[in-house]
Design a protein around this ligand. Structure first.
Ligand code: BG6
Length: 489
């Protein structure tokens, strides 16, 4: 093992092992962890699903998934090691008595049971009951689940309650895959390990902050799920609010899960509610129409396969968010996220305040503000935009905007950047809860989102159209322009 610290090996049970999440993400991440020699030697991976397969057939499915979804050449030695961990068990997840079968393939004395629920939440109750009645759960056992954890506060509470009947809060690992992304974690380092930012990170020096999570892909084959969900629930409730809490939270006393959760919850509680009174001024809903992506014609949302042509579900959201606390008073956060946009881009831009007086009016009538740009994906890195003197012996000092550019791939050439799932699957196996979400966080986020969703429902307005391959509806430009600002382009 490369890692010095040894962790207890696991029986990692993948419920829904033949499904999309398992084949596209989990098996791929596990293989990569195997490649990096980060999985404990005695850990086993047990696929559970309702189809009648044996171990060999499951191993074959895993092999094909890797061939299809792994973006690198497979190493036969690594595969040999990896496939030796794999086993399969046929269980009809709705049949409680069948979970007893797990007894024969798990060993609670030497391994921790980690149950990954890679299935739709409507099966959670069955799985919890089945596991409970099988008698294989111990205090050490864990369960891992991910979004959608409900589609509003009520349904999210129902899911959390079902799980809480069998697992205590400390046994529950709720995933938001953005929290496994290297650059999201780097926000902690950037903010709390660099004094230039710790002292300037507030309303005294920051004018406003923008968070953009733009995706190039449209809905493509996921229409049914997405249409019931919409971009606000699919992306803002979780990923964007998580990024926002990392940027806005107070310094935690340490990196323990509880300290970080507490600070994040305080931010979520301080979000100013968006209600019927202010929803029109603070939000924009959009839906893409046919357009061009990288020169290729693409269909509009209502023309996607399986689409209901009457749908008013949003595929784009822009928001002005205010945080009512001491640090952020008067500093708006502008959030935007959408499908079928011009390019894939996830970034945070911190705009610092303009200086009170300009002595360089020969170069700039108004001095452009300093900007800190954090690229989360692609091309992870950090840039600082600042003004410098153009070298020369002219009579007047001439300034130019320049960038201090820290690209992660350049600065950390030797380090491998892992994907979000790899990090989180590993942490779940190790039992480190820091990067997972607490129940309170999820429910607080839903409370805020429900208020927006209810206001939209009340207004019953059509989403604003934007052609695929653009930065969203014109109304989103107006949203920020009303405050005398513009989106970072
Ligand atoms: C998922 C959403 O949580 O995140 C998807 O359900 C979205 O709709 C995806 O495409 C984006 O993730 P990433 O890591 O590609 O930014």
């Amino acid at each position: 093992m490369k890692d010095k610290k040894a962790f207890k090996p696991c029986d990692l049970v993948l419920f829904g092992a033949l499904g999309d999440l398992s084949r596209r993400k989990l098996l791929i991440s596990l293989y990569r962890l195997e490649n990096a020699q980060l999985i404990e030697p005695d850990t086993r991976i047990i696929g559970v699903d309702r189809h009648a397969h044996d171990n060999a057939q499951f191993i074959d499915i895993a092999y094909k998934s890797l061939q299809e979804f792994l973006n690198e050449a497979m190493d036969e030695v690594v595969w040999k090691r990896f496939s030796a961990r794999l086993a399969y068990l046929q269980i009809d997840l709705t049949q409680t008595e069948q979970y007893k079968l797990l007894k024969s393939v798990t060993d609670s004395k030497t391994r921790v049971l980690v149950n990954y629920f890679a299935v739709s939440p409507f099966l959670f109750k069955n799985i919890c009951q089945g596991l409970h009645q099988s008698g294989i759960l111990t205090e050490e056992s864990r369960m891992v689940m991910e979004k959608p954890i409900g589609h509003n506060l009520k349904s999210s509470k129902e899911i959390n309650d079902v799980v809480a009947n069998v697992f205590s809060e400390k046994q529950v690992f709720r995933i938001d895959h953005y929290l496994g992304k290297e650059t999201v974690l780097n926000l902690l380092a950037l903010r709390f390990a660099n004094s230039i930012f710790t002292t300037n990170w507030n309303h005294n020096t920051i004018d406003h902050i923008q968070i953009t999570v733009a995706e190039e892909v449209g809905i493509e084959g996921r229409w049914d799920y997405f249409d019931k969900t919409g971009q606000l629930r699919d992306m803002v409730q979780n990923h964007l609010l998580q990024i926002l809490t990392f940027i806005a939270m107070e310094p935690p006393v340490n990196l323990e899960a509880e300290s970080i959760h507490n600070e994040k919850i305080k931010v979520l509680k301080a979000l100013r509610p968006i209600t019927l009174n202010n929803v029109e001024e603070k939000t924009v809903r959009g839906q893409y129409s046919a357009g061009y992506l990288k020169g290729k014609a693409v269909p509009g949302y209502l023309e996607e396969e399986g689409a209901n042509t009457e749908s008013t579900t949003e595929s784009f959201v822009a928001l002005r968010v205010d945080i009512d606390n001491w640090r952020w008073a008067g500093v708006p956060f502008y959030l935007r996220t959408g499908k079928a946009m011009l390019s894939k881009r996830t970034e945070i831009v911190v705009y610092f305040k303009q200086l009170p007086h300009n002595i360089f009016s020969d170069s700039f009538r108004e001095l452009p503000p300093n900007k800190l740009i954090i690229h989360l994906q692609p091309n992870e890195g950090v840039e600082i935009e600042m003004l410098n003197k153009i070298p020369g012996i002219d009579e007047h000092i001439k300034l130019k905007k320049t960038k201090l550019d820290l690209s992660f791939s350049e600065a950390f050439k030797k380090s491998r950047i892992f994907g979000g799932y790899e990090k989180l699957v590993l942490e779940a196996m190790r039992g480190n809860p820091t990067l997972f979400l607490s129940r309170e966080e999820i429910e607080q986020a839903w409370t805020w989102i429900d208020s927006i969703q209810n206001a939209w429902q009340h207004l019953n307005a059509e989403p604003k159209s934007y052609p695929a391959g653009t930065w969203g509806p014109v109304a989103s430009v107006a949203l920020i322009a009303r405050d005398g600002r513009a989106w970072e382009e």
